[in-house]
Design a protein around this ligand. Structure first.
Ligand SMILES: Cc1cc2nc3c(=O)[nH]c(=O)nc-3n(C[C@H](O)[C@H](O)[C@H](O)COP(=O)(O)OP(=O)(O)OC[C@H]3O[C@@H](n4cnc5c(N)ncnc54)[C@H](O)[C@@H]3O)c2cc1C
Length: 374
């Protein structure tokens, strides 16, 4: 019997999990079920993500496996053939990152953690930093590093990473999935537009379910730990010659394939998606301070995305869900349904997505031996 897999969610996490599973289980049938597919914007955070493969925020809500997932995602980007990478919207990019820490000692206390997530992190001298970042304007530091602490110093680093343009990558992933065929020529992957309320809806149809429903993943499984982090941003025309990602604390200027994204805000607990004019004003002022060349550029779009964060860090694990089987069910005969949860990636979904997809495939393989015991 063919293994039937359902993947809930068509954001970067769901589509990449589906692709990795299809590659690892060459005879399985995959159904991607989502309440929205790209180019819908409202309920898919991945449409809004800048796609930088990096991670600058540490803390309680980071899964300790993030570094490993991130390294694997970076390796996936590095290994991709340049022609394919171009189609997929993946490209290497240099970045300048600024940190505001209490002297060298303060910097050294945070650096090892940050260096694990960022490639070839190289400190640049104060002189170089001043040339690159004209932060001598009045109020620039207060604006970029609130709350500004007098005893803290500004440090700047260069690094190299990748940026993934979601407007190319999401359709590319979907096309890759759609092109997979069974031996009889029929499609191996189907796409179903449907809202799932509980996993019980899927127990009689599938042998394995992968839960990648982003911010809603917790509702489907009664996980109370999911919380929103609102992110407003501005997309501007790519007529100005900015070739590097330049990041302050919450302020980011990110050139992508077709536009330059200006960010942002990081508002924990807020899930409202209306554009806030005060945020727009603040983002523009901060980005113009960090990179004066963005001043006057044509604004293409101002938008809001909700980062799907989770207390305790992202959830990527296997759960055995009690099946609710109908007599007519065609699924493999087991009492429990293996469900792999892959959600709660907050502001790092792109940075970790392929490492997580590999982990999903590994967990899926492990269910074979477990299934035999049930
Ligand atoms: C402004 C901004 C900038 C960002 N920049 C970066 C960055 O530079 N680097 C980075 O790594 N990350 C970044 N992020 C974070 C990143 O975008 C997210 O972590 C990532 O997109 C989450 O992807 P996801 O697939 O888990 O969720 P989503 O993209 O939200 O996808 C969820 C999917 O599940 C479906 N779904 C939801 N509920 C149901 C249901 N009940 N039934 C069926 N389907 C359902 C939705 O329709 C959708 O298809 C940024 C986010 C924002 C907002």
């Amino acid at each position: 019997m063919t293994l039937k897999i359902a993947v809930i969610g068509a954001g970067v996490v769901g589509l990449s999990s589906a692709l990795c599973l299809a590659q690892n289980f060459p005879t399985c049938e995959v159904t991607v079920i989502a309440s929205e597919f790209y180019p819908e914007r409202q309920g898919i955070t991945s449409v809004h993500g800048f796609g930088i493969i990096g991670h600058r925020r540490e803390g309680l809500n980071t899964n300790p496996k993030v570094s490993d997932w991130l390294l694997k995602t970076r390796e996936y980007c590095r290994r991709m053939h340049p022609t394919v990478a171009e189609l997929a919207g993946i490209r290497p990019i240099d970045a300048i990152l600024t940190f505001h820490e209490k002297g060298e000692q303060g910097l050294n206390s945070v650096l090892p953690e940050r260096a694990r997530h960022l490639q070839n992190l190289k400190k640049i001298t104060e002189k170089q930093a001043k040339e690159l970042l004209p932060l001598s304007q009045d109020g620039a530091m207060e604006m970029l590093f609130p709350p500004l602490k007098a005893e803290h110093n500004l440090f700047a680093f260069e690094t190299s990473t990748y940026v993934i343009d979601s407007s190319l990558y999401l359709p590319w992933l979907k096309n890759e999935l759609a092109s997979l065929k069974m031996s009889n020529g029929e499609a191996r992957v189907t796409f179903v537009c449907r809202k799932i309320s509980t996993l019980d809806e899927l127990t009689s149809e599938f042998d394995l379910v992968v839960n990648c429903a982003g911010f809603n993943a917790g509702r489907i499984t009664n996980d109370p730990n999911i919380f929103p982090i609102r992110g407003q941003y501005i997309s501007i025309e790519k007529t100005i010659g900015i070739e590097k990602v330049i990041a302050g604390r919450e302020t980011v200027v990110c050139p992508r394939v077709n536009d330059i994204c200006l960010g942002g805000v990081y508002q924990e607990g807020r899930s409202d998606t209306q554009v806030d004019p005060q945020d727009t004003e603040s983002i523009l002022r901060r980005c113009e301070t960090l990179v004066p060349a963005v001043k006057g550029a044509k604004v293409l779009r101002v938008d809001v995305g909700i980062r799907p964060a989770r207390y305790g860090g992202a959830r990527l694990e296997l759960e055995w869900w009690q099946r609710n089987l109908k007599p007519s069910s065609e699924v493999l005969n087991a009492k429990k349904l293996p469900v792999i949860h892959n959600y709660g990636h907050g502001g790092t979904g792109f940075a970790v997505h392929w490492g997580c997809a590999l982990e999903v495939a590994r967990l899926a393989k492990s269910t074979y031996s477990e299934r035999a015991k049930l």
